[in-house]
Write a protein that binds this ligand. Structure first.
Ligand SMILES: Nc1ncnc2c1ncn2[C@@H]1O[C@H](COP(=O)(O)OP(=O)(O)OP(=O)(O)O)[C@@H](O)[C@H]1O
Length: 231
């Protein structure tokens, strides 16, 4: 579903490498954490997948498309297949919860009856069926992040990217949010989540790809945040 082949990235000549010789293959239906210290390249990796950034060298394939060969006019079609969630929620403050979620479908030109059906369905998926008329500032941080997840999922993309989605949340709320991502993953969506939340990674035991100075230094099934070295 997401493949990086020998990918390196630096933002400008003379800069350090943000990513270096990265090989990664995330198959359909996987849940994969990308971990590493601040500046290790996690966000850069996600930016390549969403076509916000081209690699300096190497190949990136997403949902069967070689991004190096994807014409600019097709990029928006690929992005429709990728839901995104960020640390800072990025909701539209003047719109209600339901309007925030509906907006995506409106932009995609969905029919009104489809919007009327999909929005409550998706709010129920994240447990916010009773909060559709609230404004974002009337919600807790965890609830705002649920709205962001609903917005990301309302058009049923096969891929969900999450960049530090628990960065602004307390530990219990963080667990709830990742439990929702886990549920979405179990329903078939491929999830790639960048995080430096140690307890979340240890709790959920998914595939862990660890970056250090742009290189993959660990790729472990059901891993913890830190590699446990056998005595
Ligand atoms: N737009 C940019 N222009 C120039 N350099 C950048 C840019 N974005 C990131 N970098 C550099 O690329 C490297 C990797 O950064 P990146 O944001 O991918 O790391 P990260 O692991 O996501 O960090 P954090 O956890 O702090 O978000 C860093 O050296 C950073 O300074």
């Amino acid at each position: 579903m997401i493949t990086l082949e020998n990918v390196s990235l630096r933002y400008a000549k003379g800069d350090p490498w943000a990513l270096r010789d990265v090989d990664l293959d995330v198959t359909r239906g996987e849940f994969c954490f990308v971990v590493g210290q601040s500046g290790s390249g996690k966000s850069s990796l996600l930016r390549l997948v969403i076509v916000e950034q081209a690699p300096t060298s190497g190949r990136v394939l997403v949902a069967g498309h070689d991004l190096g060969e994807l014409p600019q006019r097709r990029v928006h079609l690929l992005r429709r297949q990728i839901g995104t969630v960020f640390q800072d929620f990025r909701l539209l403050s003047g719109k209600t919860v339901a309007q925030n979620v509906a907006y995506v479908l409106q932009v995609l030109g969905a029919r009104r009856h489809e919007i009327r059906q999909r929005v409550p369905e998706t709010l129920a998926l994240v447990g916010l069926q009773d909060k559709g008329r609230r404004l974002p500032h009337e919600l807790s941080g965890g609830e705002q992040q649920r709205v962001a997840i609903a917005r990301a999922m309302v058009n049923k993309p096969p891929i969900l990217l999450a960049d530090e989605p628990t960065g602004n949340l307390d530990p219990d709320t963080s667990s709830e949010i990742v439990a929702i991502l886990d549920r979405i993953n179990r329903a078939g969506t491929t999830v790639l989540m960048a995080t430096h939340d140690t307890s979340i990674v240890d709790q959920f035991r998914k595939r862990v790809v660890q970056l250090h100075e742009g290189r993959v230094v660990r790729d472990q099934a059901e891993g913890g945040y830190r590699q446990v070295v056998a005595p």
